[in-house]
Ligand binder design. Structure first.
Ligand SMILES: [Zn+2]
Length: 448
C-alpha cells in the first residue's frame, strides 16, 4: 500500500494543471464527499437492511441530495425479510476455559437464551467440510478455519467468502447444531467480521457465527493439542418478518433528457457493527460528489442518476428491485463504488474493444490521477443489476483494497478510516470519467 501510494503521489506531481484541485498531497479534500460520509456516519450510523435505522438513512440521504442540487429525488420502497442481531457471547468450556470473541452471521439461527454447548469439529476448508459424511456432524459445532489473505484487488474475497456464504448451510445439512467460521477478513484485530449467510430451501437456520482471527488461531491451537474442545455460545438473533426497505435515486438532469442516463450506484444499507462509513458510506459519497462536480462544470448532455440501493448486504435486494422496476428504461452506462477506502489505480469496461475511441478518451481523462488501463472485461458490482440485465455498458474503477478486508463488516468500519486525500482522488477520477460519459452523444456500448 505504501509503495503504491508513493508511486501515485509521484504521478500526481506530473499530472496536468486541471488535476491540481484533486491533488493527492496530504490535505487534499473534497468537501462535498466528506460532508456526505461524515454526515451519514454521525447522524445515522449503522443502517441494517429492513430496519428503522435503514429508513432513517434513506430519509437523511434524500434530504442531502435535495440540499445538494439533485432533482427528481425519490424513494422506491420494497419489502424485505428482515433479520436483527441479539445477544452474542461465547466461551471455551473445556479443556482450556476462556472467553471467545464472535459475532452472528446475517440470517444466523438462534441458540435460544440458554445457549448451545457442543464439541467443536474443525475443517481446514470448504472441500473438507463438503467431504464430511452425512450425519457426521450431528450435535456438533462445525468450525470452518479457511484463512483469507489480503490482495490488492480483493480477489480472495469471492473464494474465501464461500465459507461464510455457503459453509453454514452445508454444515447444517450434515446435522451440525451450530457453526463457527474464521472471519472472512485479513486483519489480526480481535474483532469478528459479520456478513450474510444463506440457507437451502426449507432448511432451518442453525446458529452461525464468525470468530475473530486471533480467536480462530486460539481455537485451532487448542484442537491441535488433541483433546476434545467444547464451546458454549449464546446467539439470540431474530427474524422479524417482512419490513420496508427501499432504493433512493436523484438526478442531475441533462440537456437532453431523452438520452439514456448514466447511472452511478452504491448501497445505503450497512452491517450493524460499525457505522457503515466505508461500506458503503464512502461509495455513495463518491458517486454523489462526482455527479455534483460534473454539474458544477456545466450541465451535462445526458442525465446523471445516482442510485443509493437498499438491502445490498443481505442479498442485493435493492439492486434486484431496481432492475425489475426499470427494466424498460435503458441506462447508457453504469459504474459502482463499493470497495471502501483506497486509491483508484485501474479502469476496465465491457466496451474497451467495441468502442476503443471512447475508452481511450476515458483513459486520457483519468490517467493524470494515476489510473491505468485494464484488459479485464468489467462485469460490474452488486448494485448494477439493472445495467447487467439490460446488457448495457459497465465501467469498473479498481481501488487498491489491500487493507479493506481488515475492516470490512467489523465494528471498526468507522469514519476515522476515511482518508480525505484518498476520498478526494476517488471523486476526482469519477468526476473526470462521468464528465466524458455524460457528454457522449453516441452509444457508449455499441450493439455487437
Ligand atoms: Zn458494500
Amino acid at each position: 500500500m505504501k509503495k503504491t501510494l508513493l508511486a501515485l503521489t509521484a504521478l500526481s506531481l506530473a499530472a496536468p494543471a486541471t488535476a491540481q484541485r484533486y491533488d493527492l498531497e496530504p490535505g487534499a479534500h473534497d468537501p462535498i464527499a466528506w460532508d456526505f460520509v461524515e454526515g451519514i456516519s454521525t447522524e445515522v450510523g449503522p443502517r441494517l437492511a429492513g430496519t428503522p435505522d435503514e429508513a432513517r438513512g434513506r430519509a437523511w440521504a434524500m434530504e442531502w441530495l435535495r440540499a445538494n442540487g439533485f432533482a427528481n429525488v425519490v424513494e422506491e420502497p420494497f419489502m424485505h425479510d428482515t433479520w436483527v442481531r441479539g445477544e452474542e457471547t461465547a466461551r471455551i468450556v473445556s479443556p482450556y476455559p476462556q472467553p471467545i470473541v464472535l459475532t452472528a452471521l446475517g440470517r444466523s439461527g438462534s441458540t435460544g437464551e440458554g445457549g448451545l454447548i457442543a464439541e467443536v469439529v474443525r475443517f481446514d476448508d470448504m472441500a473438507e467440510l463438503e467431504a464430511a459424511p452425512a450425519g457426521s456432524l450431528a450435535g456438533k459445532i462445525a468450525f470452518i478455519d479457511h484463512a483469507m489473505r489480503a490482495t490488492m484487488d480483493g480477489s480472495h474475497y469471492g473464494y474465501f467468502g464461500q465459507a461464510r456464504r455457503r459453509g453454514p448451510a452445508i454444515a447444517a445439512s450434515k446435522g451440525a447444531a451450530g457453526v463457527v467460521i474464521r472471519s472472512i477478513g485479513s486483519d489480526t484485530d480481535r474483532l469478528p467480521h459479520t456478513g450474510g449467510t444463506g440457507w437451502d430451501e426449507g432448511q432451518e437456520p442453525i446458529p452461525a457465527a464468525a470468530l475473530s482471527n486471533p480467536d480462530a488461531d486460539n481455537l485451532t491451537r487448542m484442537l491441535e493439542r488433541g483433546q476434545p474442545v467444547t464451546l458454549e455460545m449464546t446467539l439470540t438473533p431474530r427474524f422479524v418478518g417482512m419490513t420496508p426497505s427501499g432504493n433512493v435515486t436523484g438526478e442531475i438532469v441533462g440537456r437532453d433528457p431523452s438520452l439514456p442516463p448514466v447511472l452511478l450506484a452504491c448501497h445505503l444499507d450497512s452491517w450493524d457493527l460499525g457505522t457503515g462509513a466505508l461500506d458503503d458510506g464512502v461509495g455513495c459519497a463518491v458517486a454523489a460528489a462526482a455527479a455534483r462536480r460534473v454539474a458544477e462544470a456545466g450541465r451535462p448532455l445526458r442525465t446523471i442518476r445516482v442510485l443509493f440501493a437498499g438491502s445490498e448486504e443481505t442479498g442485493l435486494y435493492g439492486s434486484t428491485a431496481y432492475s425489475e422496476a426499470h427494466a424498460d428504461e435503458p441506462i447508457a452506462a453504469g459504474i459502482e463504488s463499493d470497495t471502501g477506502m483506497g486509491l483508484i489505480w485501474e479502469m476496465s469496461s465491457n466496451f474497451t474493444d467495441t468502442n476503443p475511441d471512447l475508452y481511450q478518451r476515458m483513459l486520457r481523462a483519468v490517467d493524470g490521477y494515476g489510473v491505468g488501463p485494464s484488459t479485464d472485461v468489467a462485469a460490474g458490482g452488486a448494485d448494477l443489476n439493472v445495467v447487467r440485465d439490460q446488457g448495457g455498458a459497465i465501467i469498473e474503477l479498481q481501488q487498491d483494497i489491500s487493507d479493506y478486508f481488515g475492516i470490512h463488516h467489523t465494528a471498526n468500519d468507522t469514519l476515522d478510516k476515511v482518508d480525505p486525500a484518498i476520498l478526494a482522488q476517488n471523486v476526482a477520477v469519477w468526476a473526470a470519467l462521468v464528465n466524458v460519459l455524460a457528454n457522449e452523444a453516441g452509444p457508449i456500448k455499441p450493439a455487437e
